[in-house]
Design a protein around this ligand. Structure first.
Ligand SMILES: Nc1ncnc2c1ncn2[C@@H]1O[C@H](COP(=O)(O)OP(=O)(O)OP(=O)(O)O)[C@@H](O)[C@H]1O
Ligand SMILES: [Mg+2]
Length: 171
């Protein structure tokens, strides 16, 4: 008999050492191979941790239009697919005070179930978007801001990630 499944229970955890911005981009490109339309990715980490750098690699891996940059003046930016893959929706939730309602009010001209949604600074704000989410926590390996070392903790949450093989992400 299958154990009852709670979507709040983390399914998989993986720690990856990332030693340079280039490796962070590579991690993003590998992530593109794992993601499917409708997936939600949450990126957590301090200012300059590398969230946008990772998202840029993800955009390259997915093959989407437009440069992935820090969405400083917009809360969300839609990158349409160049081929037949999913669009990338890149959200900076930093100024998204009201959480999910506000996100829906953005009236993005895109279908979220057909897109890969990546949210920076989304903790406590966008969890309701999906029971399933991949959470990437980026830590500076040492305190020195000049150091390029990062440790990325990947946590798959919900049924979607229960049996997912995340080992392809290890760089
Ligand atoms: N291992 C690394 N991975 C990613 N970025 C790194 C790494 N080492 C150094 N960097 C540098 O750190 C900066 C990361 O900037 P980025 O915009 O990706 O961070 P962020 O987490 O999105 O910040 P913010 O919270 O301001 O949005 C870049 O200048 C990048 O070159
Ligand atoms: Mg950023």
């Amino acid at each position: 008999m299958e154990a009852p499944h709670s979507p709040a229970v983390p399914a998989t955890t993986l720690k990856i050492a990332v030693n340079s911005p280039e490796q962070m981009g590579e991690l993003g490109r590998r992530l593109a191979k794992v993601l499917r339309p409708g997936d939600l990715v949450m990126l957590t980490g301090e200012l300059g941790a590398g969230k946008t750098t990772l998202t840029r690699g993800l955009g390259e891996g997915l093959g989407v239009r437009g440069a992935v940059t820090s969405p400083t003046f917009v809360i969300a930016r839609v990158h349409p697919p160049l081929g037949d893959g999913p669009a990338l929706v890149h959200v900076d939730a930093y100024r998204l005070g009201g959480g999910l309602d506000e996100m829906e009010d953005l009236d993005l001209d895109v279908s979220l179930p057909d897109s890969v949604v990546v949210v920076e600074w989304g903790d406590g704000k966008v969890e309701d978007l999906s029971d399933d989410r991949l959470h990437l926590l980026i830590h500076r390996a040492v305190g020195d801001t000049a150091d390029e070392g990062r440790e990325v903790t990947v946590r798959g949450i919900g049924a979607r990630w229960q049996d997912a093989d995340l080992s392809v992400l290890a760089v």
